[in-house]
Write a protein that binds this ligand. Structure first.
Ligand SMILES: Nc1ncnc2c1ncn2[C@@H]1O[C@H](COP(=O)(O)OP(=O)(O)O)[C@@H](O)[C@H]1O
Ligand SMILES: [Mg+2]
Length: 367
């Protein structure tokens, strides 16, 4: 039988799967996307809970390969903001899957849980800082995310005392922006088909211009503005109404009223500075993450927000998120292996193919 794109091929509750290392029993569906789904599972050797991300065997885009590859890269820099992959396998003619650390609710759902569907300024700035740090880390090991949005960040589980830590998820649209071993950036492609999510997409991606590091930061800023404002000015448009959303995003830059609407209830002065700064960068720029981070700290100080102020999803406990400093964005040389093992019969046909040779040199730090 041919593998089908329909849901029948996806795991069912209580179904068990075997890998070379262990057995897992499916507990519940956690999230669903276009190419697959994420489930909580029980590892039967020790009854520990994990998450599995499954991708239909018939999916042509093979996003799971990128998920796996990026998470393995993240493990090498020992970031707190990425899940670890502990196992991987394929169920013939049904789906491929990776087994990873189980975390908690995503930032979209957490905002929807609040009474007014918005975070307080304090929570928003703390979450913004952690997400920015994770973006800098991802860039540091050579990948762009290209789908920064609240559904792709989640907090850790309370049971593991990680519910003040934010994790970055979903690397299916990632792209390597460096030429490994050559210490240089890949050349900007003449055109790049739109991918990602209309609401948070950077202007360049909507114009089908190949995106760089600064474009991930632009998406991050839309996401953060939405947290405190309660909704982006272009929220009423559908994902297919890209032209209208694009016009809105352009108008923000020229119309003070629309800018004030975008940053309603946000630290206006600092967010305006960040937007202006990001707009000055180009495809090859190495963003000054420290500058953006400082703007957040400045905004927090100006609003008298304390480091210990609780998060909205844990209002009675002082903030105990990771204490860390933001990196300088210098790309490190990283020996990322080939992701999914060959026994999983994963092919790379869906990966972005390089279309042009890279010429731009970058400084790449040795690990
Ligand atoms: N490791 C995990 N632990 C708990 N929930 C997760 C995990 N990974 C993903 N999820 C949940 O599943 C949703 C979809 O996962 P994601 O990786 O973004 O896949 P998709 O490509 O379908 O968007 C996320 O928004 C999150 O709520
Ligand atoms: Mg996602």
């Amino acid at each position: 039988m041919q593998p089908s794109e329909d849901e029948d091929s996806m795991p069912r509750n209580n179904e068990e799967f075997k890998t070379k290392k262990d057995r897992y029993k499916v507990l519940a569906l956690l999230g669903k996307g276009g190419y697959g789904a994420v489930y909580s599972v029980l590892r039967l050797s020790d009854m520990e809970k994990f998450a599995i991300k499954c991708e239909n065997a018939a999916a042509c885009r093979k996003a799971l390969y990128m998920d796996c590859n990026v998470l393995k890269g993240a493990a090498k820099i020992q970031s707190r903001h990425f899940c670890t992959v502990i196992d991987q396998a394929a169920v013939k003619n049904r789906f491929n899957f990776i087994v990873m650390k189980l975390i908690g609710k995503n930032l979209w759902d957490l905002r929807m849980d609040t009474a007014e569907c918005r975070f307080t300024k304090g929570t928003s700035l703390k979450a913004a800082s952690q997400c920015l740090i994770s973006i800098e880390e991802l860039h540091r090991f050579g990948f762009l995310h290209r789908d920064i949005k609240p559904g792709n960040f989640a907090v850790g589980r309370k049971e593991s005392n990680e519910h003040h830590t934010i994790f970055m998820l979903d690397f299916g649209l990632c792209r390597e922006f460096v030429k490994r071993g050559e210490g240089r950036l890949r050349t900007q492609r003449a055109k790049s088909q739109f991918r990602g999510t209309t609401r948070y997409a950077p202007i360049n991606s909507m114009l089908e211009i190949d995106t760089g590091r600064k474009d991930d930061i632009e998406s991050w800023l839309y996401m953060v503005a939405e947290w405190t404002s309660g909704g982006l000015p272009w929220r009423k448009f559908k994902a297919t109404e890209r032209e209208k959303v694009l016009k809105y995003k352009k108008d923000v830059r020229t119309d003070k009223e629309i800018m004030a609407d975008l940053f309603y209830n946000c630290p206006l002065k600092e967010f305006e500075r960040i937007l202006k700064y990001v707009d000055e960068l180009d495809f090859y720029s190495e963003p000054d993450y420290k500058f953006v981070y400082c703007c957040l700290q400045h905004a927090a100080a100006a609003s008298k927000i304390k480091d210990t102020d609780p998060l909205d999803w844990d209002p009675n406990v002082p903030y105990m998120g990771p204490i860390e400093t933001i990196g300088d964005g210098k790309v490190i040389e990283l020996d990322v292996d080939q992701g999914m093992s060959t026994e999983v019969s994963f092919n790379k046909t869906g990966r972005d193919r390089e279309t042009a040779d890279a010429t731009k040199r970058v400084e790449i730090k040795k690990k």
